[in-house]
Design a protein around this ligand. Sequence first.
Ligand code: C2E
Ligand code: MG
Ligand code: MG
Length: 629
Amino acid sequence: MTINTKNFINKRLAFVSSYFSSAIIINTIVSCFVVFSGINHSPSQGKFNWFLVLTLISLLRIANHIYVRNSNNLKYHLYFLGVLMTGVTWAVYPILFFEQMVMQEKFVSLVVFSSLAGGGVNVLASDIRSSISYITCLLVPFSVLLLLQPISDENVLGVLGLVLWFILCFVTATRTAKDVKSSINNELKLDQFIENLENDVQLRTEQVILLEQKDNLTKLFNRGSFVSNVELDLANTNNDIKAILFLDMDDFKLINDKFGHDFGDFVLAQTGKRLVDTQTQGDFIACRWGGDEFIFYSRNSTEDALYDCVFRLVKTLTKTVSMDSYQVNPSFKVGLYFTRENFELQEAIKYADVAMYEGKKNRNEISVFDERMHESLKREEILRSSIKECVEKGDFHLCYQPIVDITTNDITTFEVLLRWQFNDEFIPPSEFIDIAERYGKINMLGGFVLEQAIASLSKLNAINSGIGLSINVSVLQLESHNFLGLLTGFLSKYAVKPKNVHLEITETVMIKNLPYLSKVITEIKNTGVRISIDDFGTGFSSISVLKELSVDYIKIDKSYIDNICECSKDKSIVSAVTNMSHMIGCQVIAEGVENTEQLKVLKSFYIDKYQGFLFSKPVKFDQALKLIN
Ligand code: C2E
Ligand code: MG
Ligand code: MG
């Protein structure tokens, strides 16, 4: 442990000044005693003057003690100067008045001088210069004078004085000074130890607070501390416009997949840093809500100022992020909810989230929560909260749409499509599947479909053992750990052949989690169940990926079939996809075939199967049975 010299000097100064008053008092008493008491057998004006000089020096020393600041580096040396001047004044005393003194006075004076010198050892111990010079001034001139006298008694006194001087200077004073020095050092070490300990504790406390309140990667507030900070601000709020912004980075998953997780983390950390910078510039609170989602609270006096702030924020966040040779321009979808009223924070966050989600759907960079969204949110909440109850009540049922062999026109498979009749209203699957996926109901709903479908397949197979059933599954179902167990459980419970079960996975969602999904798909295929890629052409899958996964069917999306007669581009795409699929041993199904012209074109491409209103709309189970009969 190294000790700061400044601290050392301060301590010494404190030591010197703590003994200062006693030093002055003793000096004054002893000088009075010497000049005015009964030992003074030779009173004179000279002695009185000497006393005045000593008193003047004491006053100067007192002034130094009181008026010179401790922070002044000179103060410590001024103390020494004061001691030296006092010592010299004492040294002068025997020189001036030796001749006038009688033997008894000389003897008593030497005793007094010796006691003063002895006292000086302790009082001046922290400054060896002071103690040595003070003791020397007091004893040496006086003793030498005594030694020089012809009278042997006086010589003995002189020797005694010098012996005492030697012991006091070279034994007592040095040792005491050493002790004081080491005690000051120990004290300093203790001070420093305590200071370090306090710093450590403070640092640890800050770290704990940081861990508790901040997100590690982005250094932004985490959910909990964001909520409490915003609520505090709302409680002290005025008439300002208060806004919640929900920010979601576009295609963060792609950034991660393409450049690796380290770069993905770097992009998030940069976003956090930019938000922190923005936060420190104004009256904002930012937080990482999770993953690539951020929330921002802001207060502004006018709507214009608020928009200004949002635009500036987006501009900052979308600047290029680069690390080594990697670089991206992150883009965001921002949902904005604002009001002059006081709001319930959780609700405001939900509104901003809804606005952001709308922006994602419509590809708007900034979307403001409005009345229309409020209505649709209310509807969404009603639907979300009714799904489970409606499954139990039997308001959900399955429809079956035939998939037909294009050459024989025989039904080979039915696609199972879920229907929801809710309070006399038909809710389209595009609406409720999305809600079920976003609110964690899809596993329950998908499980219901899976069981119902496999149960009905066993009835269909009782009539025609070759008929298959194509079941739509959400990627979220595949990601749930018990999916495979559930599937094999139903297969054995209803004793259906696995090869008659086809699972349809939508291409767009499939590409987002390819590494994980390919593992699940392989496991499913090992049970004998077939795999179809639904809505092919709406995502980015390449045929080589499908080969890797060894999928069984590709369902070309209806959007390519709609204009296949007129649009030569669609024609060539469908033809090329069909050829390549055949090359990798995969059959092709055309979706949404509505007229014979389309069918003719598809036949000319040697597509394997088709599905669409031309052959049949989705029908109830009884009708499906009739169709295969
Ligand atoms: P999808 O799997 O692509 O289903 C085909 C959709 O096209 C069905 O719509 C079907 O009724 C419709 N369709 C078939 N042929 C024609 C046609 O010739 N013309 C027109 N205009 N439409 C046709 P639906 O039943 O509304 O289903 C929409 C989507 O909802 C489905 O698309 C599927 O992705 C999803 N879906 C339906 N049921 C389920 C389910 O049980 N689970 C999951 N996860 N998704 C489901
Ligand atoms: Mg489908
Ligand atoms: Mg489809």
